[in-house]
Ligand binder design. Structure first.
Ligand code: DXP
Ligand SMILES: NCC(=O)COP(=O)(O)O
Length: 239
C-alpha cells in the first residue's frame, strides 16, 4: 500500500496576499517551495467571492505545479469552465453555498446523483480524476459510487471537532465510510480541520487514505515553525 500523500492547501496564503491587493506573498513561489519542501500536491479552493485563491491564479498554478494540482469547489458553470480549461490532475467537488465561511458538509449523492454524474462525465472526458466531498455516512457510498467518482474526500470537520473528547468515537463512522467506499471501488481522500494533533490518528485508523489536503492549520503552524519545517512535521505524521 502506498503512503498517504500530503496536498498543501494554499488558500490562506492567497488570503494574506489579497489583503494588500498586490503579490506578497507570491502564491506561485509559495506553491513551488511547498513542493520542494516535500509536499506531494497543491490544493486550491477558489470560492465565488475570490477572497483567497482567485480564478485567474489557477491556470498559472497548473503550469507551475510539478506534483499534483487539486482544484476544489462547487461545480457552478464558472467553476466548471475554469476546471475544464485548466485540466488539473484532480478536481474535488464540494457542495458549498456561495457565501459559506468554509466547507461544512458533504454531498447528498442520492439527491444530486444525476447532476454529479453529468459533471463527473464532463471532467472525465478531459482525463481529470474526480473526488467528491462526503460526510461520514457509509449508507451514502453506494450513491456516491454510482456518480462515477474515482474518489471520495471524507469531510473530517466533525472528526476534528470531537477528536479530543473521544477519539475512538470520533473516528468510528469514518472507518466504516472509508471501508464501504473502498469496497465499492473508490479511493479515499480526507480533509478539513486536520492538524498536527489529529492527523496521525486518522491515518493510523484508515491507513489506505490516498491523500489528505490540509490548509488552515498547516499555514497557521508555518507562522511558528516556518513552511519547510511544517511540511516535514506533517509528513512525519503520515508515516
Ligand atoms: C473542502 C474543504 O474542506 C477545504 O477546501 C476547506 O473548505 C478549505 O477552504 P477554506 O480555506 O475556504 O476554508
Ligand atoms: N480539502 C480540505 C482542504 O483542502 C483543507 O481544509 P483545511 O485544512 O483548510 O480545513
Amino acid at each position: 500500500m502506498s503512503r498517504t500523500k500530503l496536498s498543501v492547501n494554499i488558500n490562506k496564503v492567497a488570503l494574506i496576499r489579497n489583503a494588500r491587493g498586490e503579490s506578497k506573498p507570491d502564491l506561485l513561489q509559495f506553491a513551488r517551495d511547498c513542493e520542494s519542501y516535500g509536499a506531494d500536491g497543491i490544493t486550491v479552493h477558489p470560492r465565488p467571492d475570490e477572497r483567497h485563491v482567485r480564478y485567474d491564479d489557477v491556470p498559472a498554478l497548473k503550469d507551475l505545479v510539478r506534483t499534483e494540482l487539486n482544484v476544489e469547489g462547487n461545480p457552478t458553470p464558472e467553476f466548471m469552465k475554469l476546471v475544464l480549461d485548466v485540466v488539473p490532475h484532480q478536481c474535488t467537488l464540494v457542495p458549498d453555498d456561495p457565501g459559506a465561511l468554509t466547507s461544512d458538509q458533504g454531498w447528498d449523492a442520492r439527491t444530486h446523483q444525476d447532476f454529479l454524474s453529468e459533471v463527473i462525465g464532463e471532467l472525465h472526458q478531459k482525463g481529470i480524476r474526480v473526488s467528491i466531498f462526503v460526510n461520514d455516512d457509509p449508507s451514502m457510498m453506494e450513491a456516491a459510487a454510482q456518480t462515477g467518482a474515482d474518489r471520495v474526500e471524507l469531510y473530517t470537520g466533525p472528526f476534528a471537532l470531537h477528536y479530543h473528547d473521544d477519539s475512538a468515537a470520533a473516528i468510528e463512522s469514518y472507518i466504516r465510510t472509508a471501508e464501504r467506499a473502498r469496497e465499492l471501488g473508490m479511493e479515499v481522500n480526507a480533509g478539513h480541520d486536520l492538524d498536527l494533533e489529529n492527523l496521525n490518528y486518522l491515518v493510523a485508523s484508515i491507513p489506505f487514505i490516498a491523500e489528505v489536503s490540509i490548509g488552515h492549520a498547516l499555514i497557521s503552524d508555518a507562522l511558528y515553525y516556518g513552511i519547510e519545517n511544517t511540511i516535514q512535521m506533517y509528513q512525519q505524521k503520515l508515516k
